[in-house]
Write a protein that binds this ligand. Structure first.
Ligand code: TRP
Length: 326
């Protein structure tokens, strides 16, 4: 079976953007692939974070993956820092990665801007660690959101550079993009993110979700109820495309353009569908949260299985490098 690898940062607030762009797609793919999903805590430390919350955030991220439908039966789920080979391979990849390539990464440039006082080597090497995550398992496919495509391209380049300089032992991984369109934050302007506080958290209460939706920016040119709107520039319509069926999409497209459906009604329709999808997830998360021992077991099992693969790859890598192996 073809293998996929993907990772999610333990940021503390996993939101609709993460869900639509990544997690929901991961669940779809479990039937067809040998799946490895990782909570990437070593990536998360490249920016400032509340140290006392990291443990909790890591377990919560795993809990959310399980609540969304991943399980030890359909995937290996583990924490990056539990498999030491990730950072070991990242170091080796550092030596084949041109600095110019990492410097031009959009995410690096954005984060360097956001964290001017702490532009560290880890921030720069972040996509190299990501390449190590993927290639440690020789995964050929990586389901990610659009914002990660550049990093996957770099992973291919790193594989190519390594293979060319030493021996061809790594595949060149391909991204798998979710069919759902990329949704923006409730400001209708920027990518949904915790930092920008424009997100809808996937475990948020229905009341909170409605409040955020109610205030969310729509087509800015549709000022009055009777103004016709343009779904193509409305973020609410984009979210509809991720959660509503074709019939509803057609109805809304027409209703918006003819001013037959107002923004609030359109939001109510979306809210209904969001509720249908997110309420079972929130309920499952609540139930899982009562037994953190189970989550810990899942992660231990995942780390054991992935650790075995990682060890084999690293043995091969050390040999390929021509190192002295006692
Ligand atoms: N950089 C990814 C993100 O921010 C997370 C990530 C880390 C990842 N390692 C990975 C994704 C490996 C796919 C494969 O979303």
């Amino acid at each position: 079976m073809k293998r996929i690898f993907s990772g999610i940062q333990p940021t503390g607030d996993i939101h609709l953007g993460n869900y639509v762009g990544a997690i929901r797609n991961w669940v779809y793919l479990t039937g067809e692939y040998d799946c490895i999903f990782c909570v990437v805590d070593y990536h998360a430390i490249t920016v400032e974070y509340p140290i006392e919350e990291m443990r909790r955030r890591t377990l919560d991220a795993a809990l959310i993956l399980l609540a969304c439908g991943l399980s030890p039966e359909n995937a290996n789920i583990f924490v990056q820092s539990h498999v030491r080979e990730h950072t070991e391979l990242a170091w080796i990849f550092d030596t084949v990665t041109p600095i110019g390539e990492v410097e031009r990464m959009t995410q690096f440039k954005d984060k360097a801007k956001q964290h001017r006082s702490n532009i560290n080597m880890g921030l720069m090497s972040y996509p190299v660690l990501q390449a190590a995550d993927i290639l440690l398992y020789k995964a050929g496919f990586v389901p990610v959101g659009e914002d990660q495509v550049q990093h996957i391209e770099l992973s291919r380049e790193i594989a190519r550079k390594f293979n060319g300089r030493f021996k061809p032992i790594f595949p060149e991984p391909q991204e798998i993009l979710s069919m759902a369109p990329k949704i923006l934050g409730v400001d209708g302007q920027s990518k949904m993110s915790k930092t920008l506080n424009n997100y809808i958290g996937i475990l948020e209460e229905e009341g909170e979700i409605w409040e955020k939706l109610r205030n969310a920016v729509t087509d800015v040119n549709r000022v009055r109820r009777n103004d016709p709107g343009d779904p193509a520039v409305c973020n609410i319509y984009t979210i509809h495309r991720a959660f509503s069926d074709n019939n509803m999409l057609l109805e809304i497209d027409k209703g918006c353009k003819t001013a037959g459906i107002g923004c609030i009604d359109c939001k109510k329709m979306l809210f209904g569908n969001l509720k249908n999808e997110l309420t079972p997830i929130r309920e499952k998360a609540l139930a899982l949260g009562k037994d953190m021992g189970y989550i810990e077991d899942v992660l231990a099992k995942g780390a054991a299985a992935c650790g075995a693969i990682a060890k084999t790859t690293m043995d091969e890598v050390r040999e390929t490098l021509g190192l002295y192996i006692p």
